[in-house]
Ligand binder design. Structure first.
Ligand SMILES: NC(=O)c1ccc[n+]([C@@H]2O[C@H](COP(=O)([O-])OP(=O)(O)OC[C@H]3O[C@@H](n4cnc5c(N)ncnc54)[C@H](OP(=O)(O)O)[C@@H]3O)[C@@H](O)[C@H]2O)c1
Length: 285
């Protein structure tokens, strides 16, 4: 049996439906969810929906009974994720899970990304538990840029302080397909893989791509960190959010999302969704 945690989230849901599409019998798929009501559609397809919050060790152990391979989708409650993930791994160990697949962050062991410490701590926990594992260091979701793509198309402007930093973003669908490939592989190779788009891009190139799609110019404003912070505060963002966004851009400027890896398309056996294809989809909605 293959279990997926966070199965009612954006990524987890794509993995569960991807497993079904790959021919895994629904009865062999376990959706571990904290909100069973949100999984009615999955239950309707015959998937085993088992309730467990990452904070509930006993429920997790019950949920992973009989499970052979587990996708641990990293939680979304920042600051609480290490003990939560430890609970999942403890349950996996107790239930004899033979493979853990974990969704980590790009270059988690050597990065200025503010969100990485919980991911590297989880990678270390996985090693400590000694369960064979494939760590999927998922790059940024292309979906993270939806608002900026729409704004750029509307206003003809796009601002950032990420300079020439390249971003190997990929769609959730492509990243989910890679997880499905690992979970269904005859003999998955344990280790760490950096997953991202085949063609990393700068924010200036994102502006050019939006311009090409709309046929109207888009100016990229290449701001300093201080200018970017001021612009975000001026646009009404709370101080903490502005700091977070600028911090991310500084990390991107230092190459935090530029992994140069082709592992995603190698795992899925198809090229990743291009930036131009993605921008076309967003602006066509
Ligand atoms: N690469 C990126 O750009 C990027 C961006 C954002 C996040 N992430 C990371 O990737 C993960 C998956 O992304 P996503 O888009 O699928 O996020 P998402 O849609 O927010 O899904 C997160 C999932 O985790 C579940 N969850 C959160 N806390 C839980 C808890 N205490 N117990 C049990 N389940 C819990 C949520 O359950 P409910 O459905 O009940 O809410 C949801 O199903 C995120 O959780 C985050 O760690 C990556």
């Amino acid at each position: 049996m293959i279990a997926v945690t966070g199965a009612t989230g954006h990524l987890g849901r794509l993995v569960v439906t991807g497993l079904l599409d790959a021919g895994v019998p629904a009865t062999d798929v376990v959706a571990v969810v904290r909100t069973p009501d949100k999984a009615a559609d999955l239950a309707g397809r015959g998937v085993q929906v088992r309730p467990a919050d990452y904070a509930d060790a006993a429920a997790l152990e019950a949920a992973l009974t009989g499970v052979d391979r587990l996708l641990l989708v990293s939680g979304s409650e920042v600051g609480q994720r290490v003990p939560q993930h430890a609970n999942v791994l403890q349950a996996a160990k107790a239930d004899g899970v033979s493979l853990v697949v974990y969704t980590s962050a790009p270059k988690a062991d050597d990065t200025p990304l503010p969100l990485a410490p919980e991911h590297i701590a989880t990678e270390r926990l996985i090693a400590d538990f000694g369960i064979p594992a494939v760590v999927l260091r998922n790059n940024w979701y292309l979906e993270n840029y939806d608002t900026q793509i729409e704004q750029a198309a509307r206003t003809g402007e796009l601002s950032s302080s990420s300079g020439g930093g390249r971003i190997a973003a990929a769609t959730r669908a492509d990243l989910a397909a890679a997880a499905v490939a690992v979970l269904t592989a005859e003999q998955p190779t344990p280790g760490v893989v950096e997953l991202g788009g085949d063609q990393a891009f700068t924010i200036a190139e994102l502006a050019e791509t939006v311009a090409a799609e709309t046929g109207r110019p888009v100016t990229h404003r290449d701001l300093t960190a201080a200018e970017h912070r001021q612009a975000l505060l001026g646009a009404g963002l709370p101080e903490g959010t502005a700091e977070f966004v600028v911090g991310l851009d500084q990390a991107i400027a230092q190459g935090a999302l530029d992994t140069g890896s082709r592992a995603l398309s190698e795992l899925t056996g198809r090229p990743t969704t291009t930036l131009a294809e993605y921008v076309h989809t967003v602006l066509g909605r």
